[in-house]
Design a protein around this ligand. Structure first.
Ligand code: MGD
Ligand code: MGD
Ligand code: SF4
Ligand code: MO
Length: 713
């Protein structure tokens, strides 16, 4: 080709191709991997590339969900305009009409039934700024005590347990990069390989360094492939299993006496309790041989360093709180905390599962982990917000209890921001029916989700590509998510929506923010002096680094490792707890003979609103699949890849069978990412943990039967 011709084509290419690069952070899990979306416009068409960006948490790795996230964000079904239901149909309306409608309905309902007749339901996908503002909106603009969020279904058991034992709750007590220093790692009810895949290299490195890895899970998973010992525990029995391990540790003298004496309270009671534990009983309860229990106990206790990680497998139980407390007992009696390679981690779930639980979305909480029932805390936050302390509501109730109050007609209106409980709540049919009774239901979402379908008003919000803000990742590190893509249609950011709603409700003066950074600056002050102290963290700093909280002043480096010298209780000591082997749970019966446990698969995320809209991710798994042992399947005449009806006392779901030798014969596993007939939450149990109100998603008793294949008849 001649040079002229080449120049001609080069010029032509320039005319027709533009490239825009958007720096952002994955909208999905708690690792918060960083990336660039490259948008190429070629002759009027767009092409997208995703490039991983380095950061000290995931070191430039992305999993396939992150690589595909833009597919839902750019999906044609993204909401672009406010919708109002008129005669049962959604019609496009202006923001003005939507906001006036909400103002009129909320005001009328509150005037007639009181402020608490309106509830607020948030989510762990919201940025810190938005989670903070949602809490402030409930307390200051609506003056309602009823606010809670989907993290109740996620982090509440571990959070409550850490608060009780340590006096503070931060997902990981140590930074991820300490994992390779641990010589024994206990992974209980956590499937990191599918749920936080980009942090797996830390565990692989630990193994290379000689760590002994113990996985406790009723299934073999992509994570248990790493294990030196896989304990295939009977679902729901982890608390007893740990009692067995503690019995061995105490009996064989592996207790770190000096640590226990100096740094803990409650050892005598624990010791008395553990003396009565019989390993034979524990083996019978858990389905794990006593030799295995003893072996695991010795491996952990005798290793020079060790870390324990739990996630929803042990936490989403009606004794999730007590179970986590027992894992913390294990770390404390062996002195394996507060040192390099020694610590605990509740592997956080959602992108902002950590920050979302610190700044006031929770029923009993004010920003900075302050308590809404503590007079000094109320006084401080009231002063930051410029409202009289006595006007701040008191504590409300947990997420599922709010749904019960909706069903009972006590909560008559609701605003939901960032959750899809029609798919993700336990006993989902009940929740769906309850939400239908609301006199005014407002949903703020990216899509017309299964929950948004039930709303009177749906407000369109911006995605991770468009909405700047901060998120706090699983390490307790605050991260800054840049976002610069132009918003579609009339979309507004969640925080803007809250500011505008506050304005029409006559409270605009408390919500006069014009950027996420301005909100963050108020959050910094509101969190100052609290347990989750963000005061020393600024946007300017976050643009350069990811900062661990607590970070009380500007020059503070952030706190990577907690509890080196003391715990956060007033006397500096951690609290050991007496944990029973058994707490009441739904158990299999003749009529409902199998355990069902629920969870996740690699390619889908939570209620699936987002990942089911990504062609690449959806094609990897298009429907809900029940993992079942072939022996169990034969017993119930279930063929492989066949449709199966799965029933509990609460209802039925239809899923496809998948034979697997990796699961216990008394248990089936179903992911919860699908809706309609496939929604497994139609059958899950709505019993709540009495301490933290976590539902027991991970265990219920069910029966299964084949769906008759019509073609064969
Ligand atoms: N791909 C993907 N990744 C995600 C998410 C997603 O939806 N998809 N969601 C994010 C969120 S919000 C969260 S909370 C996390 C959740 O992360 P995880 O808690 O790791 O995920 P789950 O699949 O819910 O449950 C983990 C394991 O618990 C096991 N399990 C079930 N019952 C028991 C039991 O009684 N005892 C024990 N020991 N184990 C049990 C299950 O077999 C499962 O392998 O993942 C985050 N990352
Ligand atoms: N059976 C069973 N059920 C479970 C679990 C289980 O293990 N088993 N796990 C539980 C856990 S751990 C969790 S975290 C919950 C989560 O369950 P959900 O709270 O339902 O979580 P998502 O699917 O993320 O729903 C979020 C909704 O918010 C929208 N959204 C996403 N980003 C934003 C945003 O920035 N702003 C706004 N306004 N909307 C946004 C999405 O489109 C989606 O419709 O599910 C729980 N349910
Ligand atoms: S889903 Fe989690 S691990 Fe995967 S890219 Fe996103 S943040 Fe990273
Ligand atoms: Mo979660």
């Amino acid at each position: 080709m001649t040079k002229d011709l080449l120049d001609y084509f080069r010029q032509k290419q320039k005319d027709y191709t533009t490239e825009t690069v958007f720096d952002t952070q994955c909208p999905f899990c708690s690792v918060q991997c960083t990336m660039q979306l490259v948008e190429e416009r070629v002759v009027g068409r767009s092409r997208y590339k995703v490039l991983a960006k380095d950061n000290p948490t995931s070191n430039g790795r992305l999993c396939m969900k992150g690589l595909c996230a833009h597919q839902h964000a750019l999906h044609p079904e993204r909401l672009q305009f406010p919708l109002l239901k008129k005669n049962g149909e959604f019609v496009r309306v202006s923001w003005e009409e939507a906001l006036s409608f909400i103002r009129d309905r909320f005001t009328a309902i509150q005037t007639e039934f009181g402020n608490d007749a309106v509830g607020v339901y948030g989510g762990g996908s919201l940025t810190n700024e938005e989670a903070y503002l949602l809490g402030k909106f409930a307390r200051v603009a609506l003056k309602t005590k009823y606010i809670d969020y989907n993290g109740r279904y996620c982090m509440s058991a571990a959070a409550a347990a850490m608060n009780a034992t340590f006096g503070i709750d931060r997902g990981l007590t140590n930074k991820l990069s300490e994992i390779p220093h641990a010589r024994c790692i206990l992974l209980a009810g956590t499937n990191i390989a599918e749920c936080q895949p980009t942090i797996m290299p830390y565990f692989r490195q630990a193994k290379k360094n000689g760590a002994f890895i113990i996985v406790i899970d009723p299934r073999e998973t992509a994570t248990s492939e790493l294990a030196d010992l896989h304990i295939k525990v009977k679902p729901g029995t982890d608390a007893a299993l740990v009692n067995g391990m503690l019995a061995v540790i105490l009996a064989e003298g592996y207790v770190d006496e000096a640590f226990v004496k100096e740094r803990t309270e409650g050892y005598e009671e624990l010791k008395k309790h553990i003396e009565h534990i019989q390993l034979d009983d524990i083996a019978a309860m858990t389905g794990v041989a006593k030799e295995i229990i003893a072996f695991a106990a010795r491996q952990y206790a005798l290793a020079p360093t060790g870390m324990i990680f739990t996630a929803r497998g042990v936490e989403q139980q009606t004794n999730g709180y007590m179970t986590v407390r027992n894992f913390l007992n294990l770390a404390l009696v062996t002195g394996k905390i507060g040192k390099i390679g020694c610590g605990y981690g509740a592997v956080t779930g959602q992108g902002n599962g950590q920050g979302g639980r610190e700044h006031g979305q929770k029923a009993d909480q004010l920003p900075g982990y302050r308590s809404i029932e503590n007079e000094a805390h109320r006084q401080y936050i009231a002063s930051v917000w410029g409202v009289p302390e006595e006007e701040l509501p008191r504590k409300g109730v947990s997420a599922y209890e709010m749904m019960q109050k909706v069903a009972a007609g006590e909560i008559k209106a609701m605003i939901m921001m960032g959750s899809n409980p029609v798919v993700s709540s336990p006993n989902a049919r009940f929740v769906e029916q309850a939400l239908k009774t609301l006199q005014c239901f407002v949903v703020v979402d990216l899509f017309l989700s299964e929950t948004a379908e039930l709303a009177d008003v749906v407000l369109p919000t911006s995605s991770y590509l468009e909405d700047e803000g901060t998120m706090t990742n699983l390490e307790g590190r605050v991260t800054w998510r840049p976002a610069s893509r132009k918003r579609l249609g009339e979309v507004k950011h969640d925080w803007e929506i809250l500011c505008e709603l506050a304005k029409v409700l006559g409270k605009g003066e408390y919500f006069s923010f014009s950027s996420a950074e301005e909100i963050f600056d108020e959050l910094r002050v509101a969190s100052r002096g609290g347990l989750a102290d963000y005061y020393g963290i600024t946007y300017e700093r976050l643009r350069r680094e990811r900062v661990y909280w607590p970070c009380p002043f500007l020059e503070h480096p952030g706190t990577a490792r907690l509890f080196e010298h003391s715990f956060a209780h007033h006397d500096g000591k951690a609290r050991l707890a007496v944990v029973e082997n058994k707490y009441e749970k739904e158990e299999p019966t003749d009529h409902y003979p199998l355990y069902v446990t629920t969870g996740r698969v690699l390619t889908h995320y939570l209620s699936g609103t987002q990942t089911r809209r990504s062609p690449t991710l959806a094609s990897r798994q298009i429907e809900a699949v029940m993992e079942i042992h072939p022996n169990t399947a034969k017993k119930y005449k279930i063929e492989n890849n066949a449709l199966v009806k799965i029933e509990t006392k609460r209802g039925a779901a239809v899923v496809r069978s998948k034979y697997s030798y990796k699961i216990r014969e008394d248990t089936v596993f179903v992911p919860f990412h699908w809706s309609g007939k496939q929604n497994i939450n139609q059958i899950t149990d709505d019993a709540l943990d009495p301490y933290c109100k976590m539902p027991g998603f991970k265990i219920c008793a069910a029966r299964i039967s084949p769906i008759v294949d019509l073609e064969k008849n």
